[in-house]
Ligand binder design. Structure first.
Ligand SMILES: Nc1ncnc2c1ncn2[C@@H]1O[C@H](COP(=O)(O)OP(=O)(O)OP(=O)(O)O)[C@@H](O)[C@H]1O
Ligand SMILES: [Mg+2]
Length: 291
């Protein structure tokens, strides 16, 4: 008799919730058999309920994915279409700066200089968004080569000079490492640019930014420190989130994609980005790459 019960229990154990103990074959222990069968009944009910929840959840997930896709397509198309006039503007402003359309007086030169800077900011914004959508669609394809980290950082600082100069911010450079690291210079430069651009954006005009290349046994650390409002403790954990930005508070334009993207890039190099900040004092972001 117990063998019959055991057979059913085992069958249930392996997922067969349709099986019940034959009450007629176990007439000597009716109560026991009934409670086993009603236990299986309630297990079957629960399983049906879970399946129903699961279906509902899957439908919701599908809906959300569809909305997310629509949103991404919309932003990607919009950004892409924005890029065309912005690039055209960029070329025209270069011609103006080079005085190809005639000599400019000092006031006009200054105006064109400011226009070119804000145009450059727009170009960077649009590139960040486009890059993010590209990265979401495909895995990052890294083209790694041995790169001198000092040169890469110095070149990036140089390229950002028009922006740091316009805020009267001095960018210092210090290094304790003079070697190469295997990396994709295009992508790491993009991450560095994002960190330096943030350091400039979240600093007071006239302040300084300290950059440094440091090492320990395993890693190279490219550190960017700026002195400004800093990041509140409770906000630090959000800075790498997609779309997280406090730029508006500082009357700036921001997508909240810069760090999200930089983090993806560094992670694809098997590295990480560290952040430390003291409110109203300083903030350090460090790209950590394996040596
Ligand atoms: N050096 C910094 N000092 C203070 N806050 C910072 C610094 N860097 C980043 N943050 C905080 O992290 C947020 C997210 O940065 P992120 O670069 O992702 O976006 P963003 O700069 O606001 O916009 P964008 O997409 O144009 O880069 C910022 O809005 C800011 O709140
Ligand atoms: Mg940014």
């Amino acid at each position: 008799m117990l063998g019959i019960v055991l057979k059913t229990v085992n069958s249930v154990r392996y997922g067969n919730l349709y099986e019940r103990v034959n009450e007629n074959a176990c007439s000597l222990i009716p109560n026991f058999v009934q409670s086993i069968n009603s236990m299986i009944d309630s297990l079957a009910d629960r399983e049906a309920m879970i399946k129903e929840y699961q279906n509902e959840l899957n439908k919701k997930i599908d809906g959300l994915q569809e909305i997310e896709q629509l949103k991404e397509d919309f932003v990607a198309t919009l950004t892409h279409d924005l890029k065309v006039p912005i690039m055209a503007e960029k070329n025209m402003l270069s011609f103006l700066m080079e005085e190809k359309f005639g000599k400019l007086n000092e006031q006009q030169k200054e105006a064109v200089f400011h226009l070119k800077n804000s145009n450059q900011e727009l170009v960077e914004l649009v590139e960040i968004i486009l890059e993010t959508y590209k990265l979401n669609e495909t895995k990052i394809n890294l083209v790694k080569e041995k790169i001198c980290v000092n040169d890469l950082l110095k070149d990036t600082i140089e390229e950002m000079k028009p922006i740091s100069d316009s805020d009267d911010i001095q960018v210092n450079f210090f290094t304790e490492f003079d070697g190469d690291v295997e990396l994709d210079k295009f992508y790491i430069k993009r991450a560095l640019k994002n960190l330096i651009l943030n350091a400039i954006s979240f600093s007071e005009p006239g302040s300084k930014i300290d950059t440094a290349v440091c090492i320990d046994e395993k890693n190279v650390y490219i550190k960017i420190t700026n002195y400004g409002k800093g990041i509140k403790k409770e906000e630090v954990k959000h800075v790498f989130d997609k779309y997280y930005t406090t730029a508006k508070k500082f009357r700036k334009v921001g997508t909240g994609l810069g760090l999200y993207l930089s983090n993806k890039i560094v992670k694809s190099h098997k590295g990480r980005i560290m952040v430390e900040s003291e409110k109203d004092n300083w903030t350090t972001f460090a790209i950590v790459l394996p040596r």
